[in-house]
Ligand binder design. Structure first.
Ligand SMILES: [Zn+2]
Ligand SMILES: [Zn+2]
Length: 265
């Protein structure tokens, strides 16, 4: 079995115009067994663009038709943006629809957005990164309704800092506490390959963190390109797979109806 890209945005996401049909054709060409879409739902965002909600009744029905038309199964995942004051609303939303896979991501915190940059105002780099990791930790500890944490350490993509990189050792305690909580709660981590094609040229999370997750006993890991454009579909998945193998992983995870299945790599 060829592993499917587990993090893909379509034109249903407010920040993507990617064509669903083109993804299906691409996936068939790659010989994938199914396609997974994970459009954005950001309940609690401060970014006006992301406040618009997808009509999931229409979404599920359209996907059902498309999978028949293109003769390839479509699994429906979602990337939820976590915000602690909205966690009950997020739970209610997730209960309403039969999602196959839920990625929980932190895109904002303390009422401030990373992408828009207001989160970084009044904080230096290490304060910003530490606060971000604290919010991820809160999410893992206090909110269990997800399968994997999306793009851990993605804060590094948006900070207005000249050198965006960070040393794992500086944040070792908080990162380890996130990884241990994930393992204890039987939740997984995503290897998000979008950074490999960006200016940083590294995975999210960075390799040391993936290795640490492995060393602590973490084995639930999915791979996703975070494509917002058709051209980015499956980008970095093969590379990410080799990266995981080199760190010792011999299986990766896939989810259907929120149930994990291991795939040997
Ligand atoms: Zn995201
Ligand atoms: Zn995404």
């Amino acid at each position: 079995m060829i592993y499917t890209d587990h993090h893909v945005h379509t034109s249903y996401s407010p920040d993507s115009e990617a064509d669903i049909k083109a993804y299906l054709i691409e996936a068939k060409g790659l010989g994938l067994d199914f396609v997974m879409f994970t459009d954005h739902i950001d309940i609690g965002t401060t970014d006006e663009l992301f406040k618009e909600r997808i009509d999931y009744v229409e979404y599920f029905s359209r996907m059902k038709h498309l999978q028949e038309e293109y003769d390839i199964p479509i699994q429906i995942g979602v990337e939820i943006g976590y915000e602690k004051n909205h966690k009950n609303e997020i739970d209610e939303f997730l209960e309403k629809y039969p999602f196959d896979f839920v990625i929980a991501s932190v895109h904002y915190g303390d009422g401030k957005d990373f992408y828009l940059g207001d989160f970084f105002q009044g904080k230096n780099q290490s304060e910003s990164y530490l606060r971000y990791f604290e919010i991820v930790k809160e999410m893992v500890q206090d909110f269990g309704n997800f399968d994997v944490v999306g793009h851990l350490d993605y804060i590094t993509r948006y900070g207005p800092f000249e050198d965006k990189f960070y040393e794992y050792e500086v944040f070792e305690d908080i990162i380890d506490s996130i990884l241990v909580a994930l393992i204890q709660k039987k939740k997984g981590l995503e290897l998000n390959t979008s950074g490999l094609r960006g200016p940083l040229g590294i995975s999210f999370p960075k390799e040391e963190v993936l290795k640490r997750y492995y060393d602590l006993g973490g084995r639930t890991i999915t791979l996703g390109s975070d494509a917002h454009f058709n051209d980015h579909y499956y980008a970095g998945i093969v590379e990410g797979m080799s990266q995981l193998k080199s760190l010792g992983f011999n299986e990766v995870s896939s989810f259907t109806k929120r149930i994990e299945r291991k795939i040997i790599i």
